[in-house]
Design a binder for this molecule. Structure first.
Ligand code: 5AD
Ligand code: SF4
Length: 462
C-alpha cells in the first residue's frame, strides 16, 4: 500500500460487537491500515451494527445517513455496514441507509481488506437534503453475507481499546432458539474456540499487564470443546499467572450448573458477580419464549450461587410485553424482581424481529405499545428503587477498585469486584492498577469514592 489508509469503526450493541470491532481493527492492521481518531479523518468507516431491537437499527440508519456528509470533503471515502443488522438486512440496506459501499456479516471479516481493495472509490454524491437518510434505488454496494461454520477468527490479533480489561470471545453464534430473538439467524449456530488458543490469548494478555478478562459468548456457559466444559475452561483461565479478575457473559440459566458455581466460589480471581438473564417471571411466558427453564428452576440456581458466594452481585435481562403476556404474567415478573433483588438489570420492551418465531403468533396477542411502555416504566422504577437500596447499604465500605480511566467529569473511574462503577479523585498514575477506595456516596446506580491512601496498590500483584 503506497500510503497508509485510516479506518474508523463505530460500534453499536453488545460486548460481542465491541470485541468483533477489535478483531476487525486487527485484521485491517495486518494489511497496513491504521486507526483513525474520528470518522472525519478516515478513508474507511465501518458501522458495526446490532439487530436485537428495532430501535438499534433505526439509530444506525440515521447515522449512516449522517456520515454521507463526510463524502463531500472526502470523495474516496468508503462506508461499510457490518454486524448483525448487515447480516439481517443484506441488500435491503443498500436501499434504506444512504450510500453504502459494503455490507458484511459477522462471519466475513477476514475478507475486509480484500473487499475494500476491490471497491472503486465512490464518486461524490450530491446530498439532496442535509443529513437526512437518503432513500432510493440500490447504489451498487458489495454484500458479503455467507455463514462460515468454522470461522472463529483464530490467529487474528485483536487491536484492543483497553489496556486494563480485555474481552475474550470464546464462542460465536447460538444454538438456542428463543422465540423473540434474532441472534441465531444473524450469527448462526454455536461455534466454540479451541481452549488452548483461548488460554494462549489470556496468557499473552497477562504478560502484557492486562489484569482483567471477560470471557464472551452468546450462551457462554454452554461452551464445549472435546472434553472441555465451561467450568473447566473458567478454572484454567482463572489460574493464569497475572490475571487478577475474570468475568464471563452471558450465561444461559439452563446451562448453569453446580460445577460452575463451585469454580466461581473456589477460584479467587473469578469475580463475585453474575449476569443471569431471566427474561420473564412467569412460566407460561418463559415457555412461549422457549427459554427451557421454569421460574422455580431459575430461582433454585440463584439460591445455589447465593449460598456459595453470599455477597455475589446479580444482574439480569428482562423483556416485557412479549406477545400474549397478560397483566398477571407481567406482575409475576415484578414479583421476581422483588424476590431476587438484582444489583443491576437491563429491561426491554418486546421488539418484533422479522423472521423470528414470535412474529407468527396471532396478531391479537401483540401487546399495544402504550401498555408495553407502561409495563416497562413500572418495571424500571421498581428495579431502580431496589438497586438504590442495595447501593446505599454499601456506602461506607472499602472496595478494591480496578482503575480504568479518567472519569467523564474529571477524577478517576473504575469498577469494584462486583462490577460497580466508582468515581474518585486520584493521580492518573493509578490507571491500570488496583486501589483501595472507600465508597462515600451513591447516585443509586454508581458510587463516589475516596482513595484510602495508605492502601494504594498500583502494581498488579501476580
Ligand atoms: N425484543 C426485546 N428485547 C430483546 N432481547 C433480545 N431480543 C429481543 C427482542 N426481540 C433482549 C433480551 C436479551 C438481551 C440481550 O436483549 O433480554 O437477553
Ligand atoms: Fe437469543 Fe436466546 Fe440465543 Fe440468547 S439464548 S442469543 S436470547 S436465542
Amino acid at each position: 500500500m503506497s500510503q497508509q489508509k485510516r479506518a474508523y469503526i463505530e460500534t453499536y450493541g453488545c460486548q460481542m460487537n465491541i470485541s468483533d470491532s477489535e478483531l476487525m481493527y486487527g485484521i485491517l492492521a495486518e494489511q497496513g491500515y491504521t486507526a483513525a481518531d474520528s470518522a472525519e479523518e478516515a478513508d474507511v468507516i465501518l458501522v458495526n451494527t446490532c439487530a436485537i431491537r428495532d430501535h438499534a437499527e433505526q439509530r444506525v440508519i440515521g447515522r449512516v445517513g449522517q456520515l454521507q456528509q463526510i463524502r463531500q470533503s472526502r470523495p474516496e471515502l468508503l462506508i461499510g455496514v457490518t454486524g448483525c443488522m448487515a447480516q439481517r438486512m443484506g441488500e435491503d440496506l443498500l436501499k434504506h441507509a444512504g450510500q453504502v459501499d459494503l455490507v458484511m456479516g459477522p462471519d466475513a471479516y477476514r475478507q475486509l481488506p480484500e473487499k475494500l481493495a476491490s471497491l472503486a472509490p465512490a464518486p461524490p454524491k450530491p446530498s439532496p437534503r442535509s443529513s437526512l437518510p437518503v432513500m432510493g434505488a440500490p447504489k451498487g454496494g458489495l454484500t458479503v453475507l455467507g455463514f462460515d461454520p468454522f470461522e472463529n477468527y483464530e490467529g487474528i490479533t485483536a487491536r484492543r481499546t483497553s489496556a486494563v480489561s480485555a474481552w475474550v470471545p470464546i464462542q460465536r453464534g447460538c444454538n438456542y432458539r428463543c422465540t423473540y430473538c434474532i441472534v441465531p439467524y444473524v450469527r448462526g449456530d454455536e461455534k466454540n474456540r479451541d481452549p488452548e488458543q483461548i488460554l494462549a490469548e489470556v496468557r499473552a494478555l497477562a504478560a502484557d499487564g492486562v489484569p482483567e478478562v471477560t470471557l464472551l459468548g452468546q450462551t457462554v456457559n454452554s461452551y464445549e470443546h472435546g472434553d472441555w466444559s465451561f467450568p473447566r475452561l473458567l478454572r484454567e483461565v482463572a489460574r493464569v499467572d497475572g490475571i487478577r479478575r475474570v468475568r464471563f457473559t452471558s450465561p444461559h440459566p439452563n446451562d448453569f450448573t453446580r460445577d460452575l458455581v463451585e469454580v466461581m466460589a473456589e477460584e479467587p480471581t473469578v469475580c463475585s458477580q453474575l449476569h443471569l438473564p431471566v427474561q420473564s417471571g412467569h412460566n407460561r411466558t418463559l415457555k412461549r419464549m422457549l427459554r427451557r427453564y421454569t421460574v422455580e428452576q431459575y430461582l433454585e440456581k440463584i439460591e445455589w450461587v447465593r449460598e456459595a458466594i453470599p455477597h455475589i452481585a446479580l444482574s439480569t435481562d428482562v423483556i416485557v410485553a412479549f406477545p400474549g403476556e397478560t397483566d398477571e404474567e407481567y406482575e409475576a415478573t415484578l414479583d421476581l424482581m422483588r424476590t431476587v433483588r438484582y444489583d443491576d438489570a437491563f429491561m426491554y420492551k418486546y421488539s418484533l424481529r422479522d423472521g423470528t418465531p414470535a412474529t407468527r403468533l396471532p396478531a391479537e396477542q401483540f401487546v399495544p405499545d402504550e401498555v408495553g411502555q407502561a409495563r416497562l416504566e413500572r418495571l424500571i422504577a421498581t428495579h431502580r428503587e431496589i438497586q438504590a437500596e442495595i447501593y446505599r447499604a454499601e456506602v461506607g465500605c472499602v472496595e478494591e477498585v480496578l482503575v480504568e480511566k479518567t472519569g467523564r467529569r474529571g477524577g478517576l473511574q473504575g469498577r469494584t469486584e462486583s462490577n460497580k462503577v466508582v468515581t474518585f479523585e486520584g493521580p492518573e498514575s493509578l490507571i491500570g492498577g488496583f486501589a483501595e477506595v472507600r465508597l462515600v456516596s451513591t447516585t443509586g446506580a454508581t458510587f463516589g469514592g475516596e482513595l484510602v491512601e495508605s492502601a494504594v496498590a498500583a502494581e498488579p500483584v501476580a
